[in-house]
Design a protein around this ligand. Structure first.
Ligand SMILES: Nc1ncnc2c1ncn2[C@@H]1O[C@H](COP(=O)(O)OP(=O)(O)O)[C@@H](O)[C@H]1O
Ligand SMILES: [Mg+2]
Length: 273
């Protein structure tokens, strides 16, 4: 957190675009059995867009998200987020990450879990972006008002993921990077969370890169769906989702929605055979 003064990182505005250029990742390069997980990925994501990555298991979705979130360096190529590097933004605490597990601190209540990153920055003498929302505002936006004093084990899985989303938004991130955030939830909760996420996204307008296995979830949420092919992971096709917003449960009953899910299904079948 010491690099919070980093100018490039603080200048990256909320809703920054993501530019992925020629990114390749080889695991175990130089070893006996190198695995090419990603090969020459090029993708430009506009400010404030919601983009989903889908593709068969093992096609490199998590690897791509890790590169964008600076959890690993690509073997080749680069990523820029609103003109800053992922490393600059990570050091400044301005990458909002949400994973399949909420990973809340069990000994801190929800309010303190959500405020934890702010406390850490303050504890290191850093400055939090003026646009960072208050913990109360975050509790409110994710529908957890009244649950701030509860501990993680007192909350359902869906509520824990809401808290994880609030935590990801706490430092006014430049982007939200989500790797199968709803995969561990039951279907009914998962469905509800999709609409909650859209509401939060409409309010904060962060650029979202979202990994999912669910074709209908990808169509419901996204402006664009990026379909990846396996081994080595490449972009097979990018499909524009031109369904009107706001999207509601009724959106799924429309012909346009069914057509897009069917088209994705067909394309997915194609990349797997
Ligand atoms: N640390 C690692 N070392 C070696 N191979 C890995 C490692 N992480 C992932 N892989 C391989 O890279 C490929 C892509 O993995 P991953 O990005 O997790 O795919 P996805 O998220 O789409 O399921 C897979 O073949 C996986 O086995
Ligand atoms: Mg994965």
């Amino acid at each position: 957190m010491a690099v919070i003064e980093d100018k490039g990182a603080l200048q990256a505005k909320a809703g920054a675009g993501i530019s992925i250029s020629n990114v390749s990742v080889v695991y175990g390069a130089g070893g006996a059995e190198p695995v090419t997980a990603l090969k020459s990925i090029n993708l430009d994501i506009q400010d404030g867009a919601f983009v989903s990555l889908i593709g068969p298991s093992g096609c490199g979705k998590s690897t791509l998200l890790k590169v964008v979130s600076d959890l690993m360096r690509p073997t080749a190529g680069q990523v820029a987020i609103g003109g800053a590097s992922p490393a600059q933004l990570r050091k400044a605490g301005r990458l909002g990450l949400v994973f399949q597990q909420a990973n809340l601190m069990p000994w801190l209540n929800i309010r303190r879990n959500i405020g934890l990153l702010k406390s850490l920055v303050a504890g290191h003498g850093g400055t939090v972006s003026a646009a960072a929302p208050s913990v109360d505002a975050l509790l409110d936006v994710v529908g957890l008002t009244g649950f701030g004093e509860k501990f993680p084990h007192q909350l359902s899985g869906g509520m824990q993921q809401r808290a994880a989303l609030a935590r990801a938004l706490a430092l006014d991130p430049a982007v939200l990077l989500m790797d199968e955030p709803f995969a561990a939830l039951d279907e009914i909760t998962r469905d509800r969370m999709a609409f909650e996420l859209m509401r939060v996204w409409q309010q904060y307008r962060k650029t979202v890169l979202f990994v999912t296995h669910s074709l209908s979830e990808a169509v419901l949420l996204s402006d664009r769906v990026v379909l990846m092919s396996p081994r080595p992971g490449r972009i097979h096709r990018v499909i524009d989702i031109d369904l009107p917003r706001p999207r509601t449960p009724e959106t799924r009953l429309t012909e346009g929605f069914s057509k897009l899910v069917l088209e994705l299904n067909r394309e997915l079948y194609e990349v797997m055979h």
